[in-house]
Design a binder for this molecule. Structure first.
Ligand code: PFF
Length: 461
């Protein structure tokens, strides 16, 4: 066991690292896609309600578990509960393998898009053939190379530790990410499609919201806020006692939501600004981000030579700060539970993830049986299967068990004390009672509804 637990070197360290974990492909790839398919407005409103009523309280619960125990998920659950509860932490570690296994493959595509854009910016745009993306997907060696570059970069940062690795990386990557995002938002404000974008996003019309959209919004809230697998427990365990959990969680939730909405503003405005494109945005999630947009950057936008490469730097940085957090859950498990050194833990954790990544990368057409097998209807191949399992089962179940544990098992006194929500006479404040109500009743019931919907056949991946 390490003699002393590592901590963030500064208050902003936790915030940037946690926000870095939350802001990722979920914001830039999944959210714009599901919002598009759920017809905007009303879906956005429901999503905001889910984030505020369930995402925020659950994030506070996870951080408090980590901060109180100063331990990673498995020992944290064991300390405040018992060995049985430790299995919930272990589920989080397993979820980490599953998520990192496919996420690093998709993250790798941002490297390819970046290089392609740089080439177009220098040599002029050349419209790729319609089959180009399919060919790229089934190019096994290239998929492996890109995914492993990403995984290797993630491992290098995690290897360096909490303050010297994760915090430094977040302090470098997040401001650049925000600057690029800000630049892109300002840029699209002057395009003709901006009015239609605001109309689409912020004019709710509940008759256009598919019933399942409500549950989809909640399912996505877990994914995008990195909840349900112990990331926030782990990051909370590196937080100093003097910091406010509610304030930290509030800021992370706010930033994540803002960035998801801004990603929509950027992408939709470009799409709405070009006549005919909105009708033809493909039904696939990757279509919008990796196929439609690059073409529009170069054929329809002045300044596309700058916007194209910058946009994929944004995607890559957002993904990297997320993969770092997932690997850290795995690595901190080996450190805290098995007593390994950080370096050894990083090597073992990365090697184990690499197996999943290897299978995912080859499941997009390169290797027949990895691409073709189907456990869940309509989800063929390892990558889609892992995404389906994580988003539909692992994160909601992990989230449900965490809320039940904190709400019903951990004593009110411990929770109120850790959240700093005791008044002068030592009684829980009103804010605490409100938080507890959401954790005990609202969050578990809502998550249960998602799980039941999944069992009845709904798909949130
Ligand atoms: N929150 C990340 C995103 O929105 O892309 C994905 C993610 C990271 C999910 C870490 C879960 C997790 F534990």
């Amino acid at each position: 066991m390490p003699a002393k637990r590592e901590h963030w070197a500064s208050r902003i360290g936790f915030i940037l690292a946690a926000a870095g974990s939350a802001v990722g492909l979920g914001n830039l790839w999944k959210f714009p896609y599901i919002t598009w398919h759920n017809n905007g407005g009303a879906f956005v409103l429901v999503y905001l309600a889910c984030v505020a009523a369930i995402g925020l309280p659950v994030m506070m619960a996870e951080i408090l578990l980590g901060r109180r125990t100063q331990m990673s998920p498995v020992p944290a659950f064991e300390k405040l509960g018992n060995r049985g509860w430790g299995l919930v932490g272990f589920l989080g570690v397993l979820t980490g393998f599953v998520i990192l296994g496919y996420y690093s493959v998709i993250a790798g595509w941002s490297i390819k898009s970046f290089i392609e854009c740089v080439g177009w910016s220098i040599n002029g745009y050349q419209q790729p053939a319609d089959t180009a993306f399919g060919k790229f997907l089934s190019d096994g060696p290239l998929q492996l190379l890109l995914a492993f570059i990403f995984l290797f970069g993630t491992a290098l940062i995690v290897w360096r530790g909490v303050s010297k690795g994760i915090e430094q990386a977040a302090k470098f990557l997040m401001p650049i990410l925000l600057l690029i995002l800000g630049y892109l938002v300002v840029r699209v404000m002057f395009l003709p499609g901006i009015g239609q974008t605001f109309h689409f996003l912020f004019r709710p019309n509940f008759s256009e919201l598919p019933a399942a959209g409500v549950l989809e919004a909640l399912g996505h809230a877990f994914f995008t806020l990195s909840l349900g697998m112990g990331v926030m427990i782990t990051y909370g365990s590196y937080m100093h006692k003097r910091e406010s959990i509610a304030r930290g969680a509030g800021f992370v939730v706010f930033l994540d939501t803002l960035i998801a909405l801004l990603a929509c503003v950027i992408m939709y405005t470009i799409i709405f600004s070009v006549p005919g494109v909105a009708e033809s945005v493909s039904g696939s999630t990757v279509g919008m981000l990796f196929v439609t947009l690059p073409r529009l950057f170069y054929t329809e936008l002045s300044g596309g030579v700058l916007i194209g490469p910058l946009f994929y730097v944004l995607v890559a940085f957002a993904a990297l700060t997320s993969t770092i957090s997932v690997l850290e859950v795995i690595v901190s498990f080996f450190i805290d539970k098995l007593g390994f050194k950080r370096s050894t833990s990083t090597v073992i954790g990365t090697a184990a993830v690499a197996v999943c990544t290897f299978l995912s990368a080859l499941s997009l057409g390169a290797v027949g049986f990895l691409s073709g097998f189907e456990i869940f209807a309509g989800k063929s191949g390892v990558l889609s299967t892992l995404d389906h399992i994580a988003a539909n089962y692992l994160l909601p179940v992990g989230g449900l068990l965490t809320t039940l544990f904190v709400g019903w098992f951990v004593s009110r006194k411990i929770s109120a004390d850790e959240l700093g929500m005791l008044d002068e006479s030592g009684d829980p404040t009103f804010s605490f009672k409100l938080w507890l109500f959401f954790i005990r009743f609202i969050a578990p019931m809502a998550i249960l509804a998602v799980i039941i919907a999944v069992i009845l056949g709904k798909d949130f991946s």
